[in-house]
Design a protein around this ligand. Structure first.
Ligand SMILES: C[S@@+](CC[C@H](N)C(=O)[O-])C[C@H]1O[C@@H](n2cnc3c(N)ncnc32)[C@H](O)[C@@H]1O
Length: 208
């Protein structure tokens, strides 16, 4: 079951590859060559693969799902890029302290079983002066904005309906409000954490 869902997600999101390319360009434009980057919960790996194409970065990805790690490794090999893709938990990362210049966590935070631990781990593995971006759905996203978002994903009719249902019955339920994020962020030791409302979600910029 988990494997089927992972494959469905990988195929569905492949249609939004543009979005990953744009995000990688945006992040890459701020990263000096040689930067160490972590993607927390990369799933099929589209962001870290697009970023790896852009420059000489040292990129790692950590995902709890064996199936997603396999999919991402295969896609990185097909793209001919080097990304260190590992299986593991965002709340207990297999990295030493102070190793990453930048980290990204997209469309995954709301799924974490121990979200505060995950924020504390993000803080621990970032270098002093390191930065990160968490992008996730917000609990109060309107049905209209979600409908528009799903329509723009380029899906066929069946997948469009399935994706809308997933937003309504699974994703929104797990998504956090701004106040909840503020409370959780206060329990990690970031130097700063700014929450911006964007589209159907938040963009949270963190700095250690
Ligand atoms: C919806 S996918 C998002 C994948 C990717 N970031 C993207 O933008 O397409 C959510 C991912 O979070 C991963 N995940 C869930 N809980 C996790 C945890 N505790 N630690 C690491 N990864 C986790 C899942 O395995 C899945 O790959």
């Amino acid at each position: 079951m988990e494997g089927m869902v992972a494959k469905w997600y990988a195929t569905n999101t492949a249609k939004s590859l543009d979005e990953f390319t744009r995000l990688a360009r945006r992040i890459g434009s701020q990263l000096p060559p040689g930067s160490t980057v972590l993607e927390v919960a990369p799933g099929p790996g589209y962001f870290c693969i697009e970023l790896a194409k852009l420059g000489p970065y040292s990129i790692s990805g950590l995902d709890i799902s064996h199936t997603f790690v396999e999919i991402a490794r295969k896609k990185a090999a097909e793209a001919g890029v080097q990304v260190d893709l590992r299986q593991g938990n965002a709340s207990n990362m297999p990295f030493t302290n102070d190793v990453f210049d930048f980290l990204l966590c997209r469309a995954a935070f709301k799924n974490f079983g121990q979200p505060v631990r995950a924020l504390q781990e993000m803080c621990r593995v970032l270098k002093p002066g390191g930065r990160g971006l968490i992008i996730d759905l917000r609990h109060d996203a309107s049905p209209e904005s979600i409908g528009q978002h799903v329509d723009a994903m380029g899906l066929n009719a069946v997948n469009r309906i399935l994706t809308r249902l997933a937003f309504r019955f699974m994703l929104l339920k797990n998504a956090y409000t701004k106040e909840q994020f503020q409370q959780m962020l206060a329990q990690a030791s970031f130097r700063s954490a700014d929450i911006l409302e964007a589209d159907i979600g938040f963009e949270i910029s963190i700095a250690k």
